[in-house]
Design a protein. Structure first.
Length: 182
């Protein structure tokens, strides 16, 4: 399928929007058929554009994933503070806000979205770490490995669904773990 074709882009945008609407509106069960109905297209059209429901869900959530990861863009990781920076708290708050949507995903889609979150955050972090904005005490660790390690830990902690933990509290715990080696 020609990704540059305007009709292809328009149909995919329609399918992504329908997927997000269904997720946001509380659809109990998301299927290719329910998305086709919501997008006002044939089910075969959905299958022509996406090999699986997981592919469609991941594509639909890509902008939200990027926005969540982008929350830490200005985070002063090199700073030695007792409190987590607002950037890190914002990331945890964004994941908490996405929690109801993420909870509706099946295990396969949830794992893929978690991987997307880790990859997106690692991309942001590796840029920061290579620019010298990284926690002290890690000079002997390659920035790309360090970024992936921190991203995986932060996302795993953020996806924890214990209502007793506020985004600020979780961000504080993460901040202490990020600076544990210094």
């Amino acid at each position: 399928m020609d990704e540059g074709d305007r009709r292809v882009r328009r149909t995919r945008a329609q399918l992504r929007a329908a997927t997000l609407r269904l997720l946001d509106d509380g659809a109990d069960r998301l299927t290719m058929a329910s998305i086709a109905v919501a997008a006002d297209v044939n089910r075969s059209t959905v299958h022509q554009h996406y090999a699986s429901l997981d592919d469609l869900i991941c594509d639909a959530l890509a902008d939200r994933v990027a926005a969540i990861a982008g929350a830490v863009t200005g985070c002063p990781f090199a700073a030695d503070r007792d409190r987590a920076p607002r950037h890190l708290v914002a990331l945890f708050a964004a994941v908490a806000d996405a929690g109801p949507t993420l909870a509706k995903l099946g295990p396969s889609a949830a794992a893929r979205v978690q991987d997307q979150l880790v990859e997106a955050l690692a991309e942001v972090l590796v840029e920061r770490f290579r620019a010298g904005q990284r926690p002290p005490g890690f000079a002997r660790v390659r920035p790309d490995l360090h970024a992936r390690y921190v991203a995986a830990g932060v996302i795993a902690l953020a996806l924890q669904r214990d209502p007793a933990d506020s985004p600020g509290r979780l961000a504080g715990q993460a901040w202490r773990l990020i600076h544990a080696a210094s």
